[in-house]
Ligand binder design. Structure first.
Ligand code: SF4
Ligand code: SF4
Length: 483
């Protein structure tokens, strides 16, 4: 019979190894039991809504523009129907910073709610691919049996069917993913035109399909364990007040199998936990249902762990066990470390207050910049490599290069006027119309009489008009002789 010390060492052994790696360093394949229960039902509803949103996203438009387009190739970004250009980098930095602080704040309060309920990796893995797997290969026990069996006809057709369906779904996801990058119209052109005309597009679809297939058929929980940066940051984002999927160790310990309850060295275990010897057996019957159902292969009874994606499968599994043994539900539940210890169940801590203040400042800055954003972006720079020209009537001239970006979805009529210090401005060529979401380049000739020169460097101020409305004021330098 093992001693108390042995039992303690065994209990802590989870700290020394990864649940998905065996003693030889090979992958421990996880066969999670099919979850069922109230949280699983709720997650199903959320997943269906999110999948509907994801699949309809490229077809939803606002003012004729997609709701989300992240065209990295052409450096064009549309968010909620508003176009953003690389020139809006400052604005996007504030937007990204606000988003990061929001994530930090959200995680500090609600833990990994995002991972379990809304992350595309979890939604596709647990609600789509895993379901197909259960449908073709059966639940945990059947899957383990099938994997251990010889390559017979039953195994061949099930594995072939499963991987064919997986690849088909990965292909569909990759098409949709591409629609968010290049837009649905361009994707439709790639699909319908002869393949030889869109080799790069078809290569992208093939590569994305391969990546998604690899992620959902093989990598699976390894993405959350090792690749996702959000998962890796949990240890610094969470604190004792964060809401997590928690095992109530005060209620559950000492865990004891029903058949062992009379034989337990009860006093020693209770002393270890600092509980009174009068305390009864814990509610945990050590049935391992919460472990079997976990897609990350961990035991939530070991406490909050980096691997836990808060999928709530263990809550459902344990609630089911509690129902069967006539104990109250919630031995595993959404709670915080402090709430379980009954020390302090508050969520609005000084840390949360600090993050909230930073978030408010960033959001105010972001929306101020957004409201001030012009429909055009103009640069007026003296043409490189040119000097001033002396003209008759004591005038001097400089040539300028103008670049105009139209951030709107309509073409605009464009005009530049010299505001200060006076003088004459002549466009060299016609660049008065800028196409929708396009840009145009042109040159300007500026003539200044000598009395307006402020030495070798004179500051010029231009007003820029789009469709007759002043949209920007730009300054540039005019070089002249050293008078
Ligand atoms: S499912 Fe509940 S009772 Fe069973 S081992 Fe897990 S925590 Fe204990
Ligand atoms: S421990 Fe529970 S909540 Fe966390 S991943 Fe496993 S089953 Fe999901």
């Amino acid at each position: 019979m093992s001693s108390d010390k042995d039992r303690r060492i065994d209990k802590d052994s989870f700290r020394d190894h990864l649940s998905t790696v065996d003693k030889e360093g090979k992958r421990n394949w996880i066969f999670p039991k099919k979850p069922s229960g109230r949280y699983y039902k709720a997650r199903n509803i959320v997943a269906v809504l999110l999948l509907l949103l994801f699949f309809s996203g490229p077809f939803i438009t606002i003012n004729g523009q997609p709701i989300l387009l992240l065209n990295i190739i052409e450096r064009k970004f549309v968010i909620f129907g508003m176009a953003f250009w690389p020139q809006d980098l400052g604005l996007l930095v504030f937007g990204a910073l606000s988003f990061i602080i929001f994530i930090v704040l959200f995680t500090a309060i609600f833990g990994r709610l995002w991972c379990g309920w809304a992350c595309p990796q979890t939604i596709f893995m647990e609600m789509v691919f895993r379901r197909v797997e259960y449908w073709i290969e059966g639940d945990r026990a059947q899957q383990i049996r099938l994997n251990r069996s010889e390559w017979n006809w039953n195994k061949i057709w099930r594995k072939t069917l499963k991987h064919s369906v997986f690849f088909g779904m990965a292909f569909l996801i990759s098409n949709l993913f591409l629609a968010y990058i290049i837009g649905k119209d361009q994707l439709f052109t790639i699909i319908t035109d002869p393949p030889s005309q869109h080799l790069a597009g078809l290569a992208s679809i093939t590569v994305f399909s391969g990546v998604f297939y690899g992620v959902f058929a093989f990598l699976r929980e390894q993405v959350c364990h090792f690749i996702c940066p959000y998962g890796r940051m949990q240890s610094v984002l969470l604190d004792n007040n964060s809401i997590n999927v928690m095992y109530d160790y005060k209620r559950g310990e000492p865990r004891t199998k029903p058949q062992n309850r009379d034989d337990l060295g009860r006093k020693a275990t209770l002393d270890d936990l600092g509980l009174s010897p009068e305390t009864n057996y814990g509610d945990c019957i050590d049935c391992h249902q919460c472990v079997r159902v976990c897609p990350m292969g961990i035991d939530i009874r070991n406490g909050t762990q980096l691997e836990c994606v808060h999928c709530t499968a263990c809550i459902d599994a344990c609630d089911d066990v509690m129902d069967k043994i006539n104990k109250p539900r919630g031995l595993i539940r959404y709670s915080s470390e402090n709430a379980i210890r009954k020390e302090n169940g508050k969520n609005f801590t000084p840390r949360v207050a600090g993050y909230s203040s930073i978030l408010v400042v960033l959001l105010i800055t972001f929306f101020t910049f957004l409201s001030m954003r012009a429909d055009t972006e103009t640069s007026i720079l003296r043409q490189p490599g040119t000097m001033f020209q002396k003209l008759p009537n004591n005038q001097y001239s400089n040539i300028y290069e103008v670049k105009v970006i139209n951030k709107t979805f309509e073409p605009i009529q464009y005009e530049v006027k010299l505001l200060q210090p006076g003088g004459e401005l002549t466009p060299l060529g016609d660049f008065s119309e800028v196409p929708a979401q396009g840009s145009t380049k042109g040159r300007l000739l500026v003539k200044l009489p000598v009395e307006l020169l402020a030495g070798s460097q004179t500051e010029l101020t231009f007003n820029v008009y789009a469709n007759g409305e002043k949209v920007e004021t730009i300054t540039s330098g005019f070089i002249g002789p050293n008078l």
